[in-house]
Structure formats: C-alpha cells, structure tokens
Design a protein around this ligand. Structure first.
Ligand code: SF4
Length: 330
C-alpha cells in the first residue's frame, strides 16, 4: 500500500575528507599516546563527535593556555592563527595540526597576498574559528566582510591592489553576492587563484538545491555551530522547501513539522556521522516515511593523508614524556 509519504535523501551528505582526517587524527593520537589528548576547540563542529571522543579520553579546551606544559594538543580542522602555534611552542606542547588542507590553502593565499602588500577582503563570519585563523595570518592586511553593511564599511589603501578570499563553508550564492558588491566598489578586485569554498560545502548545497522544491520540509542533521550545516538550512529555504530545520539527531525531530507534509528531504552537514542520519530515517519510517529515494548530484572520492606529525617516523616523537624533546619531530 502506498502512503504517498516520501523521503528524498541528499547525496553527497555527511562527512567530508577534512572531517574524516581530523577525527582519525584524534583517534590515532589516543591510540598512539594514550589519554589524555588535548584538542584545541571542537575538532569538528558536531556535538556527537565531540562527546564520543571525550568518552575515549580527548579533552577539549578553548585555549592552549589550558593545556599542561609538555602535553599533546591537536589543532582542529578549522585551523589556527600563527600566534596559536607560537603560544604552543612557548609552552613546549607536542602538537598535531589537523587543519583541513583546504583551509590551509586559504591561509597560504592570505600569506602570499599579504607579502605582495594587497588589502585582503576575507568574506566570512567574523566569530568563526576558521576566519579567526585565516585573518590571523595577516592581521594588518585582512578585513572580514560578512554583511552588505561590511562591504560599505571597507576602506582600502590602494583600490588597484585588493583581493577577496573566503571562508570554506559559506553559501556559494551568498558569497557570490558579496563578491559582486565588493567588485561594484572596487572594479579591479582580484579573485583568489581558485575557489575557496570547498568541494564538500558546494556539493552538499547543490544536492539540497536539487531536491528542495519538491520537499514540504527539509531536515538538516547538524549542530548549531556548524557553519556548513546552517547554510544547508538557508539554501533549502531559498530553493523552495516549505520549511527547513536543523537537528542534532532524531530526538530533535518535532512531529508537528511533519503534519500535513508528505515529502521530507533529509541531508547532513560535513561534520555529521552517517549513523545520525540513519537514526532520523528510522524515526521517519516509524511514522510511515519508508519510501526513500536518494537524490545524487555528485560522487566524492577526496581523501586527505593524515597530519604529518602522525605519520611514521615522526609519530614516535609524540610519545615523548613532557619535558623530553625528540629532534626527529622537527
Ligand atoms: Fe575541509 Fe571543506 Fe570539510 Fe571544512 S568542510 S573540513 S574545508 S573539506
């Protein structure tokens, strides 16, 4: 018997290569060195991932100042400013840098354009860790541009030497709008050498765009501090979904959202384990949504190598007791 109830399941969704690498880094550090392993900030922006690693001995801190001298600390996928590396060195911490290589690419662009004395307009959210890290590469050259008002407030030294860069997890459309507004003010605005918004962010948004119009409601599995997950909710609404909600897991599902709706879209942010999506699909199935169709707009095969500090033979240096120093780690 057909109930007319339908689920569209976006693909790609969930873990990206940068998140898998960051989580693998913490797990391997725990295995290699044993707990506690300190992690500066949430390794990835997902409550369940952080909770599960905490249970296995990871200790999440906001600042390297909270890490005992000589201990092992991992920097999260979102990246850190050079000042954080310097502080860790002063405290003789053993460090693993799990910054996503695609974030590192933007850091290197910031360094390069600062060296060439450009004014750098960094499109992104000022309070996001990734933006703090990228801006920290060249604080004298970078201005963060979030809203249209920020565009109006930008002041540059030479309108002929201005470049824009961006946070990796923005809405593709919104970032494009901001670039157009900046270019209207600075016609010679230079583009970054390649797209800063990463493949995972843009692929997840494309999949949501493809199904949004057919959905009465879209459920985005992800945490509130996950930029790319929040963007998926916005994209779903912009592209025609009747409603869209961000949920950490199936327990956040409110039955009232489903009343009168027949077609439900499901997707998840780049830091979300697939088991949480499976939980949402099971909860929907219990209420009659058993007909699930995947909407696939891209295939992903990206894989990143582990942080170099965790690759042999360097990994042995991480096991050093506090105070000992293994030159092979340099
Ligand atoms: Fe890297 Fe993009 Fe994943 Fe962020 S969302 S960790 S930039 S691949």
């Amino acid at each position: 018997m057909t109930t007319g109830k339908k689920v569209f399941l976006a693909a790609p969704r969930g873990f990206c290569a940068g998140v898998e690498r960051a989580i693998d880094a913490v797990e391997l550090a725990l295995k290699t060195c044993g707990p506690p392993v300190y992690v500066r900030k949430q390794i990835v922006h997902n409550r369940h991932v952080v909770q599960s690693l905490t249970e296995r001995g990871a200790v999440f801190v906001d600042d390297v100042a909270e890490v005992p001298e000589g201990a092992l600390v991992i920097f999260s996928a979102h990246g850190v400013a050079p000042s954080v590396h310097e502080e860790a060195e002063r405290r003789r911490l053993r460090t693993v840098d799990a910054t996503c290589p695609l974030v590192t690419k933007v850091h290197m662009e910031a360094q390069r354009f600062a060296r060439e004395d450009f004014d750098i307009l960094l499109i992104g959210h000022a309070d996001h860790e990734e933006v703090e890290g990228t801006a920290g590469e060249a604080p004298d050259h970078v201005q963060v541009v979030d809203t249209a008002d920020d565009v109006a407030a930008v002041r540059v030294r030479d309108p002929g030497r201005v470049v824009w860069l961006s946070q990796t997890t923005l809405s593709v459309d919104e970032a494009g709008e901001r670039v157009d507004q900046l270019r209207a003010r600075f016609p010679d605005l230079q583009d970054p050498p390649s797209d800063d918004i990463c493949y995972a962010t843009s692929n997840r948004q494309t999949a949501v765009k493809a199904m949004a119009q057919r959905c009465d409601v879209v459920l985005v599995v992800g945490s509130i501090n996950s930029s790319n997950s929040v963007r998926l909710v916005e994209v779903a609404l912009q592209y025609g979904a009747g409603a869209a909600h961000l949920i950490d897991d199936h327990t956040d599902l409110d039955q009232r959202w489903l009343e009168g709706g027949l077609t439900v879209g499901v997707t998840s942010g780049a830091s979300v384990p697939e088991v949480l999506v499976a939980g949402v699909l099971s909860a929907l199935a219990k209420h009659g949504w058993t007909d699930v169709e995947e909407v696939t707009t891209a295939q992903e095969s990206q894989v990143f190598a582990l942080p170099r500090e965790l690759r042999a033979p360097r990994a042995s240096a991480l096991r050093a007791e506090p105070g000992e120093h293994d030159e092979s780690a340099e």
